[in-house]
Design a protein around this ligand. Structure first.
Ligand code: B1M
Length: 212
């Protein structure tokens, strides 16, 4: 088992985007738990990539290739997580806030929510406050999930909550926030309903928010 996990980690860190699907499939064939592949291999590899980027050991192109590699790996695991439950537990909008193009964490949360039986409308990345508000009015979700990976884009989350209040929509939708620089204190400060440190916590929160 450890050999498969290490092989996936090494492939993501080394940016082996063409090989990763085979390596993940081999791990699955050998009986490795899909959740272990996500948490102990794919996410853990991106932590190493992030540290290497932060310390100047690698640069944006290498980080991007690792991100693509991780995404390719997730694609193989995704069908095993989604659609485990037949009835929708509620509707969740997911998006990254304006200025933020980091979508791996958001995609992971989306996948886990779908796997837990939620209907998820993934609006993608770089969503302006105006567009998010339009979508909330149109879709009327139970939960609005916002992701941010940059300290410079976190304030967008506050703007979204403020705009929901000023347009009288706040009591109709729960706001869930997450992303590496976000924490519980920040979530409380901006008036969000909850913070998810990871995809599993996000699912727990969404369950609590939309009891159906
Ligand atoms: Co960027 N980047 N990046 N990057 N990048 C970080 C975030 C950074 C910390 C790297 C570093 O310096 N060490 C740094 C931010 C520093 C800061 O703000 N203080 C940074 C920077 C600076 C930048 C650029 C500005 C670099 C440049 O161009 N000079 C640029 C900005 C682009 C933009 O957004 N406008 C940039 C670009 C990129 C790439 C495009 C190359 C690529 C993104 C590719 C993509 O996403 N499609 C990238 C990557 C890959 C990273 C790192 C290495 C990895 C992020 C990631 O995918 N992690 C990252 C360093 C790091 O975080 N280790 C870094 C794995 C992912 C599964 O974790 O997203 O945290 P995460 O999601 C978790 C939880 O946070 C949570 O659940 C997930 C699963 O556990 N979660 C939620 C996330 N959203 C949630 C929502 C919820 C609940 C839980 O409810 C709604």
């Amino acid at each position: 088992m450890a050999g498969h996990i290490d092989a996936i980690r090494d492939a993501v860190i080394g940016g082996k985007h063409g090989d990763i699907k085979t390596i993940v499939q081999e791990a699955l064939n050998a009986g490795v738990d899909p959740n272990a592949i996500i948490n102990d291999a794919l996410i853990s590899a991106m932590d190493v990539v992030g540290k290497d980027f932060g310390s100047g050991k690698i640069f944006v192109p290498e980080m991007l290739v690792s991100a693509v590699t991780m995404k390719n790996g997730l694609d193989v695991v995704k069908p095993l997580l989604a659609g485990n439950e037949s009835r929708s537990r509620g509707t969740v909008i997911m998006a990254t806030v304006q200025g933020d193009l980091h979508d791996i964490g958001k995609n992971l949360v989306t996948m886990m929510l779908e796997g837990a039986g939620f209907k998820v409308i993934d609006l993608g990345v770089d969503l302006s406050v105006e567009r998010l508000l339009d979508k909330v009015k149109e879709i009327k979700p139970d939960v609005l999930g916002l992701s941010a990976l940059l300290t410079t884009t976190m304030p967008e989350m506050k703007k979204v909550v403020e705009e929901l209040v000023s347009q009288g929509l706040r009591k109709h939708v729960k706001v869930m926030v997450g992303g590496a620089p976000v924490d519980r204190v920040f979530a409380e400060k901006i008036g969000a309903d909850g913070f998810g440190a990871n995809a599993a916590e996000a699912v727990e929160l969404a369950r609590r928010f939309s009891v159906k």
